[in-house]
Design a protein around this ligand. Structure first.
Ligand code: HEM
Length: 168
């Protein structure tokens, strides 16, 4: 069961990471082509970016996150390196959303689109992927870093939920 979940997790994240690296390149290179000014060239660009994002990248991201979440409970890992990994994965999700925003802009707004910013997505996502892989493969001991956090962030406060936030 765990082997299956891990295989699913790794297969899905390989597709997701490959897409996060390729899509900014496609946006930047295809978006700058002369053919973008023609109906056929624009349709090809729209088709390629829209379908790769909605039919490949986003489903792969969902499968990677769902399988990863299932692994947390199957393996009962709640270590600091995993929390750090999840924080860095949030950055990957933000880049994913930013790419979706660029694709919608390119499809629905009049030119010129600011597709040059897609290069920034690439610069951000490669170190993020590297950092996630290092955290999960090296499983570093982050206790010394946690010890540097102020006590207010590491101790339960024991306060009651304020009445206005209590749904019951
Ligand atoms: C919300 C998203 C994610 C969750 C909840 C998650 C959770 C997990 C968990 C619990 C494991 C098992 C760790 C262990 O063997 O002790 C794992 C394995 C792994 N994860 Fe993730 N993960 C997520 C996203 C990612 C991403 C984005 C990457 C790559 C960029 C990644 C790369 C890996 C790799 C390579 C392994 C196998 C490690 C090994 O077997 O030693 N994960 N993940």
């Amino acid at each position: 069961m765990i082997a299956l979940l891990k295989a699913l997790h790794i297969a899905a994240l390989a597709i997701w990471c490959a897409g996060l690296i390729l899509l900014p390149i496609v946006l930047r290179v295809y978006g700058a082509r002369r053919e973008m000014a023609t109906q056929a060239g624009f349709a090809e660009f729209r088709w390629l970016t829209h379908y790769s994002y909605t039919r490949v990248l986003s489903p792969a991201a969902v499968v990677a996150v769902v399988a990863g979440t299932a692994l947390i409970f199957a393996l009962e890992v709640f270590d600091a390196w995993l929390m750090a990994k999840l924080a860095v994965v949030t950055g990957m999700v933000l880049v994913h959303v930013w790419l979706g925003h660029l694709i919608v802009q390119a499809g629905e707004r009049r030119a010129p689109f600011r597709l040059s910013t897609a290069a920034a997505a690439l610069v951000a996502v490669v170190p993020l992927i590297g950092l996630v892989l290092w955290l999960v493969l090296a499983k570093p001991d982050l206790q010394p870093l946690l010890a540097l956090l102020p006590e207010v962030l590491t101790e339960p406060r024991g306060n009651a939920i304020p009445a206005r936030l209590n749904p019951l």
